[in-house]
Ligand binder design. Structure first.
Ligand code: GN1
Ligand code: MG
Length: 368
């Protein structure tokens, strides 16, 4: 988007300083972000973010959730007398003409929000066993800190990690066959659907009153954590999907991404395997900070959580492939199909490690 237009959008927020430039930041698959550079030293730079309104349809709910979460996290940091609080929680900027509103926009320009850029912070894409342990602590702490949030948070994407719902979407996509790609993928669909019932265990346990929903991050990729230059964790970011969910979301989605020996769209399936050396430290760190509030059923089902997310992502990518690539950004025509196969291969590899995972968790708990 045109720089002048971006600057015009920024001018609606209560900022400090004058702006020198605005430039794109590397983005995820959903939102577009820009860095806004401030001329004066000592004044913050900002991150301007376009809210993907077709995915996050209730922008008021989205920003209400995010403000409730960041305020609550800030209180926890204050109570712990943390130094440099602004480096450990995101700070969103209100509008000049409405200090209660934290986004700007309309149907025409789309919706935008602005937050302070945390100086000297970096994101990572690679996960080592050491980082995995730290990230486990951070996401476990994130859940623990939000366990007593007084506000009732909304589901910013209804049924986001609901496996039954995702399978229904796949069935709808099969029926509609909108992009005419169905014949090509029938054997893959059959193989995926074979395990459908097993993978809906979470929803069943919830209906039986055995499994609670808690406030989860729901997009626990390592690139949603900011590190300082010495590799210390600063802050959890990308809060759009923070909502009530099974704790499985934050365990499974992190491992889906990080405990894969390849990228999530690696075309050579021989390179796609579950990396147990990343699983172990992550679970150790996670249980260290979240273990005190988890129910036995949540802990027992960590192997299921680890299995669920590659499976769910395979279903979601396949669904988008059948629909003609309307949800995920793609770089080439078959990208969503390649992603589906990668995720399904990872799922099969995780399956081979189920007993090993259960044994590891048992051992870990025995030594606590
Ligand atoms: C999306 O935009 P990004 O990369 O943070 C998606 C996740 C998927 C992921 C797959 C809101 O996240 O659920 O796991 O792509 N986010 C949404 O790479 O759908
Ligand atoms: Mg993200």
């Amino acid at each position: 988007m045109d720089k002048n237009k971006l600057m015009e959008i920024v001018s609606h927020f209560q900022t400090e300083g004058t702006f020198a430039d605005v430039a794109p930041l590397t983005a995820g698959l959903i939102n577009d972000s820009y860095k806004v550079f401030t001329l004066e030293k000592g004044k913050p730079d900002y991150v301007l973010q376009h809210i993907n309104n077709s995915i996050f349809q209730d922008v008021d709910m989205l920003m209400d959730n995010i403000m409730a979460v960041t305020r609550h996290l800030r209180k926890k940091l204050e109570a712990a007398h943390t130094a440099d609080i602004d480096r450990h929680v995101l700070t969103f900027i209100p509008l000049r003409d409405n200090p209660d509103l934290y986004y700007y926009g309309n149907d025409e320009t789309g919706y935008w929000r602005l937050m302070i850029f945390i100086e000297d912070s970096v994101t990572k894409t690679e996960v080592t066993p050491e980082t995995s342990y730290e990230v486990g602590i951070a996401f476990g702490k994130f859940q623990a800190d939000l366990a007593d949030i007084p506000q009732q948070l909304g589901e910013t994407i209804p049924n986001f990690h609901n496996m039954e719902f995702r399978l229904q979407q796949l069935q709808d996509a099969i029926k509609a066959n909108q992009a005419g790609r169905l014949d090509k993928v029938r054997p893959l669909i059959d193989a995926i659907l074979e395990d459908a019932e097993d993978m809906c265990r979470g929803e069943r346990l919830h209906r039986e009153g055995k499994l609670p929903k808690r406030i989860c991050h729901c997009d626990t990729k390592v690139n949603n954590i900011l590190f300082d230059k010495d590799d210390n964790i600063l802050c959890v970011i990308d809060l759009d999907t923070v909502m009530p969910n099974f704790v499985f979301s934050d365990i499974g989605d992190f491992l889906r991404w990080a405990a894969n020996t390849s990228a999530e769209d690696e075309p050579d399936l021989d390179k796609v395997n579950f990396n147990f050396a990343i699983f172990e430290p992550f679970i150790k760190g996670y249980l260290q900070s979240a273990g005190h509030f988890l129910l036995p059923i949540e802990i027992e089902n960590i192997p299921y959580a680890t299995l669920l997310f590659p499976y769910m992502q395979a279903v979601r990518f396949l669904c988008d492939y059948l629909n003609g690539d309307t949800y995920y950004k793609t770089q080439y025509p078959e990208h969503n199909l390649v992603r589906t196969k990668t995720q399904f291969k990872l799922y099969q590899s995780v399956k081979d490690h189920q007993l090993q995972m259960a044994a590891f968790i048992k051992e870990l708990l025995a030594h606590q």
